[in-house]
Design a protein around this ligand. Structure first.
Ligand SMILES: *Cc1c(COP(=O)(O)O)cnc(C)c1O
Length: 378
């Protein structure tokens, strides 16, 4: 018999989604715009306390528009997290600007304030600092923002993975000039595909809406004085998002419980560490990660192979951007003085464990047992 598939992180639907989608069908609001889109924007604003929000077709689109709104273009430099998913930095290249990759630090696996300081010595005038919150863990936001303020450079938060995570009691995504969220299929809540751009700047969000809807000037005919995009979220997908948002806190609690379950399950194995938490934050634990101690003979590949044997999905940690062939020509600023990369070390020793909130107790026990066995433990 085929073994049950255990997923890394798959969508979890509740039924409320269908209610909002049905409403869209019943009222024939199938086109973009419509009551669900506006409502999702308002509900997300109420939840995150971000004053202004615009619902978009993807988190990547939200990052792209944030860069457009900061007038980033050819010849500009943007400091960006190195240890992240490529969607964080691709939009920098869409605009012809140059990403400079900033290494991770070991305490939260996010952008290193030390490396960021050093980057300013080499490139005194970047146009923005763009930081992702890996696997939902907030970065050292105060330190990073203090550096940005000192150099008067806008801070953009890629909170695609960290929706519902807080730092010192405030939602990630609401600290910088712009914050972005993703509702992609594997994120903590999903609209199947979608994203959101948030800001305190009302005018900027209005301009984002204008750019996201083909940049039509106010006129009866089609009049354009800017290049526009088709980046708006549809009323159907927004309905899914509204249903999901009702269950976000519940998803977060379940994700946190998964992390704690792994932590307890590996507590007696000195060779296993979990992805670190920021003591100033309350992370959503979107994905639970583990790190194998230096000098261990066990490799992430061995563990992933052993899990795959049981039809259990796991993943390597994001491969650092400065190691990606497509970004080979871009500069990288290391956390360590000696130039060695913390992100590369995490990539070499880490992996992401199944963090699906539909996992049962038996599933969790099975996963933990398989990993323990790799370390010669029952
Ligand atoms: C998922 C993700 C994105 C992209 O979001 P999409 O909605 O898939 O476009 C961006 N950055 C990070 C860190 C992500 O994990």
């Amino acid at each position: 018999m085929e073994k049950k598939r255990i997923h890394l992180s798959s969508p979890t639907m509740h039924g409320d989604e269908q209610r909002f989608v049905q409403e869209a069908f019943d009222t024939n609001w199938i086109a973009p715009l419509g009551p669900n889109v506006t409502a999702l924007e308002q509900e997300m604003a109420a939840y995150t306390k971000a004053p202004h929000t615009v619902a978009l077709s993807a988190g990547t689109a939200a990052i792209h528009l944030a860069l457009k709104l900061l007038d980033i273009g050819p010849g500009d430099v943007v400091f960006v997290s190195d240890l992240t998913f490529s969607a964080t930095c691709n939009p920098i290249v869409y605009e012809g600007a140059a990403p400079v990759f900033i290494d991770a630090e070991p305490d939260t696996w996010n952008m290193s304030p030390q490396a960021l300081e050093r980057a300013f010595e080499k490139y005194p005038h970047p146009k923005a600092v763009l930081c992702a919150y890996l696997y939902g863990t907030p970065a050292k936001i105060d330190e990073i923002m203090a550096i940005c303020e000192k150099h008067q450079v806008p801070y953009i938060e890629d909170a695609a993975e960290s929706l519902s995570s807080t730092y010192k009691g405030k939602h990630t995504g609401t600290f910088g000039r712009f914050g972005i969220y993703s509702f992609n299929g594997n994120k903590i809540i999903t609209t199947s595909g979608g994203g959101m751009l948030v800001s305190e700047d009302k005018e900027a969000i209005e301009k984002a809406l204008f750019l996201a809807t083909q940049a039509r000037d106010p006129a009866r005919h089609y009049q354009h004085s800017h290049i526009g995009y088709n980046y708006r979220m549809s009323n159907v997908t927004a309905g899914i998002g509204r249903g999901q948002l009702l269950h976000l806190e519940e998803h977060k609690a379940l994700k946190q419980a998964i992390y704690k379950r792994y932590q307890t399950g590996f507590a007696d194995i000195g060779e296993i560490g979990m992805n670190p938490m920021n003591p100033d934050g309350d992370a959503n634990n979107w994905l639970s990660g583990m790190l194998i101690a230096k000098g261990s003979s066990v490799t992430p590949d061995q563990i992933m192979d052993a899990l795959a044997q049981e039809n259990i999905e796991s993943r390597p940690v994001w491969k650092p951007m400065h190691e990606q062939p497509v970004f080979a020509a871009c500069d990288f600023i290391a956390h360590q003085e000696d130039g060695s990369s913390v992100g590369s070390d995490i990539f070499a020793r880490g992996l992401c464990l199944p963090s699906d909130i539909k996992n049962t107790d038996e599933d969790m026990e099975l996963i933990i047992g398989v990993v323990r066995k790799c370390f010669g433990r029952a």
